[in-house]
Design a binder for this molecule. Structure first.
Ligand SMILES: [Zn+2]
Ligand SMILES: [Zn+2]
Ligand SMILES: [Zn+2]
Length: 764
């Protein structure tokens, strides 16, 4: 048979996912000779064999690729016939301008779980067991190409046993960079809050478990940072954790040992279960079941619980069921207030020793802190709330090639985004930029991503708000590096982010119902209840909620009672003495409020939908003061009577959406003692119907059917589901976020695409 040779180049997520061993075995089974190697832009293969064998080999690459691989393209080239000596995996080749995507961190696989609990296995109960199909990746990667010396495993030389597995192409650990065992790898130990190292290895885990069973608090070093843990079924412990962490009400995430336990706590569908058990293993936020033994203090005022499975071997060992051991643990990020999650041992000692009674430490350094991802389900599809571990740094694929740009992102829930070729690398969740440590982290992460993905931006996009930390960073950098700059309105960025996720051509005009908390408007007022029509070039503001004052600025955001009175004042609706927000504020505070609004002192105007939800929540007596973002709206949603179909009237006054009639009707309902559940449902239904009516008028004017639903308010699942089904019934195509969260985490994606698109056009 005549032999020929081919060069094959594969692009995509093909490193750190067992791709080379897969190719090795595939080549052998097709009687091919040649080699495979990682390059900085993917995987290169050269093979010789018969035409038939080469063709079936090629087809099999995409058909049976390893589960974690994502192949973007396979390019094949006929080359001169080569004589190879067998098939080999050869050394990586690095070219400074090439790049390849890096794999996210992956939850422990079934094979490793089996070995973990097999007394005959040499890694029996070893908390850092991993293989090519699972384990740490992005959090330990310092540079590319992804090889052990460029990870935080470089300080752990392999023992002969691990090395032989690592070098054996037929082994599951062939070229698994974090491969380790009890003889050569990282170890855990237990430390007291005073920093006294007491127990090692298995004994440390036992000590940690005892602490948890006793209702105490444990700081656990995990994959992307520290967690603070306690018994989630112990009301006193959870309440005490709230005091120590100074976190009065924001829900805590939970971890339970297996799916069966999680099923006993929240309502799950098969699709939800497959998300929970996926290699990404996010926290899943779902409606809580009644009568569970989870402490009420875990999620006060909330009808949902967020649960995840143990995603590392260490977590499995900590959570192992035993009589007297809690069935679920609170697993909240180990940090103070809005600071980033702690990921270094010494910082954890310094900052968490006042909260934790003990530490379960380990010596595998975390190069990059990464929070747990949070998802929920909408229409039985995964819906992101926070995108981090397991998902980042997987890029969003673009429908066309774009120039290299950086987008700086928003102030709250910050992410940044880098674009190159057909990829948008949206960063993992960075956090609240007003925090100095978060800001330092942000700068470091941008440098990291630019190096890892070999991106040198020639333009930079940022938010219109002149004082945002990210905006200041962007402007400073643009000046220093002589970059093109584009300033972008916040809600327009929301619209474009949603467009890009759905692969819509950037020339096509779509509409967006951008319902949000806060964003700087083109007219220097605060926007947030915006109806926009736009494409990748530009937008118009078609409608918006009638602006109301924010008396005292942030104070009005933190005290929905103030917001309720300001909304009534703006709509010229009198304050009844019996109203909950009137009673919640002292006569003095109300006096100041009126002065602020009448004289327009520190009372900027806002068209925010988030503030309208706050106002209604306070008006109904649900929430007067918040201790975490969106608390008033979350508690309002939790009350909804799903059988109630009624809704309130509203009007369009030119471009303004006038809610006076709805607010008056709510006050009527309150005076007639209509239940909170019914009023809450009617209010939610009002926003859904209003959305439909506005969509219809846009269709009449612009002929547009595609309606993007973006902005933090769309984290409200009742509202989202109601609006979606109303729109679909009238043959609209609602665009719902699926790759990035609807909140401000998606802003950088929109900014990046708008910037890249403008720069693309400037070049034409
Ligand atoms: Zn594994
Ligand atoms: Zn070893
Ligand atoms: Zn926003």
């Amino acid at each position: 048979m005549l032999h020929t040779s081919r060069h094959i180049h594969i692009n995509g997520i093909v490193q750190g996912v067992g791709f080379r061993p897969f190719i090795y075995n595939l080549a052998l089974s097709h009687r091919l000779t040649g080699w495979v190697r990682n390059s900085a832009s993917g995987v290169d293969i050269e093979v010789s064999g018969t035409e038939d064998d080469l063709n079936t080999f090629l087809a099999a690459i995409s058909q049976s690729a390893p589960p974690l691989a994502i192949i973007d393209s396979i390019d094949t080239q006929e080359i001169d016939l080569c004589e190879f000596d067998g098939f080999n995996i050869i050394h990586s080749k690095d070219q400074p301008t090439d790049f390849i995507p890096v794999s996210p961190d992956i939850a422990i696989c079934k094979d490793c779980q089996t070995e973990l609990f097999d007394p005959q296995d040499r890694r029996y109960r070893y908390p850092f067991i991993n293989c090519t199909n699972c384990g740490p990746r992005f959090s330990i990667t310092q540079d590319i190409p992804y090889d052990r010396p460029k990870t935080t495993m470089s300080g752990f030389p392999m023992c002969p046993d691990c090395r032989s597995e690592y070098e054996n192409p037929l082994d599951r650990r062939f070229h698994a960079q974090p491969v380790a065992c009890p003889a050569c790898g990282p170890q855990v130990w237990f430390e007291t809050a005073k920093g006294e190292r007491q127990d090692e290895r298995g004994a440390a885990i036992q000590k940690a478990r005892q602490l948890l069973a006793d209702g105490k608090f444990l700081a656990i070093k995990g994959l992307g940072g520290f967690h603070l843990a306690c018994d989630a079924t112990n009301q006193a412990a959870v309440a005490k954790l709230r005091l120590r962490k100074r976190r009065p009400a924001k829900p805590f995430a939970l971890m339970a040992y297996d799916l069966e336990t999680i099923r006993s706590y929240i309502h799950l569908t098969p699709a939800a279960e497959s998300l929970l058990t996926s290699p990404q293993a996010p926290i899943l936020l779902m409606p809580a079941k009644a009568d569970s033994d989870i402490a009420q203090a875990v999620a006060p005022g909330n009808n949902k619980l967020g649960l995840m499975l143990p995603y590392t071997p260490l977590h499995l060992l900590i959570m192992e069921p035993a009589p007297g051991f809690p069935k679920a643990l609170v697993m909240t990020s180990g940090n103070l207030a809005e600071e980033p999650v702690i990921h270094q041992n010494q910082v954890a000692r310094d900052k968490l020793s006042k909260i934790a009674d003990g530490f379960l430490m380990h010596d595998r350094p975390i190069h990059r802190r990464i929070d747990d991802s949070v998802y929920t389900m909408v229409n039985d599809q995964p819906y992101p709330i926070r995108r981090a571990r397991g998902f980042a740094p997987n890029p969003i694929r673009l429908s066309q090639s774009m120039p290299q740009v950086l987008a700086a992102g928003p102030q709250m829930k910050n992410t940044f985004c880098l674009v190159r070729d057909k990829y948008a690398f949206i960063s993992h969740y960075i956090g609240e930029m007003e925090n100095w440590e978060t800001y330092q982290d942000y700068r470091q992460a941008i440098t990291d991503y630019e190096r890892l993905f070999r991106i040198q931006p020639n333009a930079i996009g940022y938010d219109l708000h002149p004082d945002y930390a990210a905006t200041l960073y962007a402007k400073e950098r643009a000046l220093q590096e002589n970059l093109n700059q584009v300033s972008i309105q916040h809600h327009y960025a929301h619209l474009v982010a949603c467009m890009v996720e759905h692969g819509i051509n950037l020339e096509e005009q779509i509409a967006g119902l951008i319902f949000d908390g806060t964003g700087y408007g083109s007219d220097a007022t605060i926007w947030g209840g915006e109806v926009l029509v736009g494409n990748g070039r530009d937008f118009v503001r078609v409608n918006y909620l009638k602006p109301v004052p924010l008396p005292g600025g942030d104070l009005a955001i933190n005290k929905p009672a103030r917001m309720a009175l300001s909304t009534l004042w703006a709509y010229q609706l009198p304050w009844d003495e019996d109203l909950a927000p009137v009673k919640a504020l002292s006569p003095m505070e109300r006096e100041i409020l009126i002065t602020q609004m009448e004289k327009a002192i520190n009372a900027p105007l806002t068209s925010s939908m988030g503030r309208l939800f706050d106002s209604v929540s306070a008006l109904m007596g649900v929430c007067m003061e918040i201790s975490y973002e969106a608390q008033a709206a979350i508690e309002l949603e939790a009350l909804v009577d799903k059988d109630e179909l009624g809704y309130y009237p509203w009007r369009l006054d030119g471009h303004q959406i006038d809610m006076k009639d709805a607010l008056a009707a709510i006050m009527d309902d309150l005076s007639m003692d209509v239940s909170q559940a019914v009023i809450s449902a009617r209010f939610h239904n009002t926003i859904a119907h209003l959305s439909l009516e506005i969509a219809k008028s846009i269709r009449a004017t612009y002929g547009i059917h595609k309606i993007a639903l973006s902005g933090g308010v769309w984290q409200n699942q009742y509202l989202l589901n109601k609006t979606r089904s109303l729109l679909e019934r009238e043959t609209f195509q609602p665009l719902i976020h699926q790759l990035t969260p609807p909140n401000d985490e998606c802003i950088s994606l929109g900014q990046a695409i708008i910037t890249a698109n403008r720069f693309l056009q400037d070049k034409e």
